[in-house]
Design a protein around this ligand. Sequence first.
Ligand SMILES: Cc1cc2nc3c(=O)[nH]c(=O)nc-3n(C[C@H](O)[C@H](O)[C@H](O)COP(=O)(O)OP(=O)(O)OC[C@H]3O[C@@H](n4cnc5c(N)ncnc54)[C@H](O)[C@@H]3O)c2cc1C
Length: 380
Amino acid sequence: MDLDLTKGHRTFRDKVRHFSEEEVLPVAREIDEKDLFPDDVITKAGKMGLLGIITPKEYGGMGKDLISYVLAIEEISKASPSVALTISVNNSLICSPLVHFGSEEQKTEYLPKLASGEWLGSFALTEPGAGTDAGSLSTTANRENDSYIINGSKMFITNMGKSSMILVFAKTSPEKGTRGISAFLVRAPDNALVTEAVLEGMGMRGSQQMSFQMKNLRVPIQNMLGKEGEGFKIGLWSLNMGRLGIAAQALGIAQAALEDALEYASKREQFGRPLSDFQAIQFRLADMAIEIEAAKSMIIRAAWRMEKGSASPSDPAMAKLLASHVAIKVSGDALTILGGRGYLKGSRVEKLYRDAKITEIYEGTSDVQRMIIARQLLSR
Ligand SMILES: Cc1cc2nc3c(=O)[nH]c(=O)nc-3n(C[C@H](O)[C@H](O)[C@H](O)COP(=O)(O)OP(=O)(O)OC[C@H]3O[C@@H](n4cnc5c(N)ncnc54)[C@H](O)[C@@H]3O)c2cc1C
């Protein structure tokens, strides 16, 4: 096993780093302040191929491996975690399930648009009454001739309002519980799909979450993803991919916070010396670096195992759990090192501190990750 990144990985990471520093970082503050969806940045990311990093080349993607994917999300997140979220959802939660479960017709028709950024995608599992317990969702899809008629509400859906394709989970056989859930590729906009106001969060501003209702939404049967009753399996599979992306996003937050803490500690003088001369500051910086390195190792290992097909759901769950914890801890430590300046609006660390919290909530809270890990431990 070679623990070094390959030359190809490093070249790709450097390319994404350059894009992030040139195109994303300069507008990151404005995106946050105005809660502005960055259409231009996402269009440019699409042109670079970043919306289809792990989509095979034959379907218009970059055909990269999962290690390249996490390196890219980490770099984008260092510049703007909310841009990383938009890109991660499109890659992990739309393109990946389509690649894995889609029919040849679905892949040929939809993937080139989704991987190029011509379309953006959303993943609609959560409902007002079904969050952690996603299997209890109450949206229904009833067969009527060559269509399904979908009725129900979804909440917190990222990219919604900008999406041309939504992966919607609905019950086709409510009496069968989670085995009665199916997945549908829904085209948007549609008159039967009613969006509500953008939900405003404390962080990840600009990534655009919305609630929406489906009122007798007609979806052709050929737009079912996978087979009837396979929806919950598809959802859980997709979330494993998603958790890897969120782990990388959290890592990017922690890296950016450490960079700002190092810079401030080196330049700021108190008691006639730079802060970095004081052992208390040095030890805090050392702990931050260790925690980041541990999260990075776990993410790369999870990506490597998932790529090889030898991963269990515990791998991305552990990576997300640790990386989100590290993002919150390290951004808080960075804020401590920056003192009052870190607390002020306009400081990047203040924004990172707000952005970090959600990484331990979405795509399964940290306690959900613990449930996944414990289930695997106890099933041995
Ligand atoms: C910014 C943002 C973006 C999102 N994007 C999407 C998206 O694109 N698509 C999508 O489908 N969803 C999305 N979500 C929804 C997200 O995945 C849910 O918020 C998350 O799964 C938690 O569900 P909940 O908020 O309903 O919390 P709840 O289910 O109400 O849970 C509240 C608390 O109770 C705990 N809890 C619940 N059950 C148990 C239990 N059995 N044992 C112990 N503790 C428990 C949870 O861990 C949590 O701490 C997004 C949310 C946000 C905020």
